[in-house]
Design a protein around this ligand. Structure first.
Ligand code: IDP
Ligand code: MG
Length: 142
């Protein structure tokens, strides 16, 4: 049942600080994901720049990496059928004002930048992002 796909998610510093960690983890379980690895961690600015290097030319890169390094976050590797696409559907549009009702960003995001959660945008990037946060020892995929 769970052998299908993996995605890397973050509960970003805004949602952790606002006390939404438990609600979001409950939603993860309710949506049928299995948590394969999880950690509570604060990134340095350099680590945030490494994680988001795909966006380094974007005008919001400095704002984004300052925000991600501003407090503790929760990173997790989730398993589910169609995990990448399903999580993107559950979190909603980048800008909470454009996100569908009931999505995590609609419910919990502060703004387009401080938008509560991350989700990998492809299976390939999920692997890269999972390797950023978790060692082989921490990921037992069986
Ligand atoms: P995504 O998280 O929905 O995939 P991306 O376009 O990949 O959105 O952007 C990555 C992250 O950068 C967003 O989740 C958000 O935190 C931040 N971001 C995106 N656009 C803006 C913006 O216009 N201003 C500030 N931050 C932004
Ligand atoms: Mg993205």
């Amino acid at each position: 049942m769970f052998e299908n796909e993996y995605t890397l998610i973050m509960i970003k510093p805004d949602a952790v600080a606002d006390g939404h960690t438990g609600s979001i983890i409950k939603r993860i379980e309710d949506e049928g994901f299995r948590v394969r690895a999880i950690k509570y961690v604060r990134l340095s600015k350099a680590q945030a720049k490494e994680f988001y290097k795909i966006h380094k030319e974007r005008p919001f890169f400095n704002e984004l990496t300052e925000f991600i390094a501003s407090g503790h976050l929760v990173a997790a590797c989730l398993e589910r059928a169609n995990a990448v696409e399903h999580w993107r559907k559950v979190i909603g549009a980048t800008n909470p004002e454009e996100a569908d009702e009931g999505t995590i960003r609609k419910l919990f995001a502060r703004s387009k930048g401080e938008n509560a959660v991350h989700g990998s945008d492809s299976v390939e990037n999920a692997q890269i992002e999972t390797d950023f946060f978790f060692s082989r020892m921490e990921l037992v995929k069986e």
